[in-house]
Design a protein around this ligand. Sequence first.
Ligand SMILES: Nc1ncnc2c1ncn2[C@@H]1O[C@H](COP(=O)(O)OP(=O)(O)OP(=O)(O)O)[C@@H](O)[C@H]1O
Length: 349
Amino acid sequence: MAIIELENVSVTFPPRNRRGEPVHAVQDVSLSVKAGEIVGIVGYSGAGKSTLLRVVNALERATDGRVVVDGVDITRLRERDLNEVRRNIGMIFQQFNLFTSRTVYGNIAYPLEVAGKSKQEQRERVSELLRFVGLFDKALAYPEQLSGGQKQRVGIARALAAGPSILLADEATSALDPETTVEVLNLLKRVNTELGVTVLVITHEMEVVKTIADRIVVMEEGGIVESGSAFEIFSAPRHAATQRFVRTIVDDVPQEHELEQLRRRHPGRLITVSFRDDAATQSQVFTEIVRAGLEFELVYGGLEDVRGRSFGHLTLELRGETAAVDAVVTRLGELVPVRDLGTGEGAAR
Ligand SMILES: Nc1ncnc2c1ncn2[C@@H]1O[C@H](COP(=O)(O)OP(=O)(O)OP(=O)(O)O)[C@@H](O)[C@H]1O
C-alpha cells in the first residue's frame, strides 16, 4: 500500500525580485512510495530534490497537484491541522540541526516535551533510542563534543522520538567521510528493517542509493526523468542523466582518454561485454572466445553487486585472425550486449 502518494505535484516559487521569473522547482511529479520501502531520489544541485522532499511534510506547499500521506490528503490542510501529520514524519539534515545548548538527551527528548509526554515517558523513550543508535554513554554530552557520525545518530534518534512511520533524509550523509557514511546508512537500514519505517533519501551521491535504496528516482530540472529498482537503474540506466550518475561509481565503457591508454598497451580488438545477473552467460561468452582459438585478456571494468544481484561491464582484448575475431564478436552479440571499441587502427565503434 502506498504510504506517500504524490499526484502531478508542482511547486513554483515567486520571483525573487520584481524583474525576476518564477522558479519552477518541482514540475508535475507523480510518485508513489510503498510502506516499508527505502526510496532514493538523486539529482544534481537545483534539480528540485529538497523541495520535493519538503512537500511530503508540507514544509513546502504544492502549488498544483495532490499530496496524500498515510491516507490523509495534506494538500490543503491548514497549518494547525498539519501537526499530527508531521508527528508521523521524522526528518534529518545534512548539517544535523541539533540544539547546541541541549545535551544529546535533551535533543532527543525535545519532540517528546513538545508532545507533552511525562518525564518518565521521556526517560524511557530516550533510553530506548540511545540504545538503538548506540550512544547510551553519550547522553550527557553536548553536540560540539561529538563526531559528525555521532551527531547524525542523535539526529536520527530525535527524528524517531515520536515514533514516525516515515523518515525523510535530506543529504544526511553529505557532510560525513566515507566510513562514517556507511555507518549512518547501516543505521538507516536498521530503522527501515527493525522499526518498519519508510525512508526517503535525497542525495547527489550514487554510493548512498547503491548502499540502501530499494528504488531510485532520478530528477532533473524539477521533474522525474527515470525511476526503477536499484538493480535496474545501476545495471541498465536509460536516461542520459541517470547514465552520468551511474558512471560516477560504475565503470562502463572506458572513456576516450582511458581508451587511448588501453590501446597503447593492447593492440588487439577491444570489446565491452555487459552482463546482468547471469553466470551462465558469462561462461558461455568465455567458452565462445576460447573455442574460436582466440586469446583474450580482461583489460578494464568489473562486476558490481546491487541488492544481491550482480551485473557489470568487462572490456576484453581479443587477439587472433581478424576473420575469427569478427565472427566471435558477432556471435557474442547474440548472447550479451557488446560494444565494439575496435583496434588502434580504428575499426567500427
Ligand atoms: N524558497 C525558495 N524560493 C525561491 N526559489 C527556491 C526556494 N527554494 C528552492 N528554490 C529554487 O528551486 C530550485 C530547486 O531547489 P532544490 O533545493 O529543491 O534543489 P535540490 O535538487 O535539492 O538542490 P540542492 O541539493 O542544491 O539543494 C532551485 O532553482 C532553487 O534555487
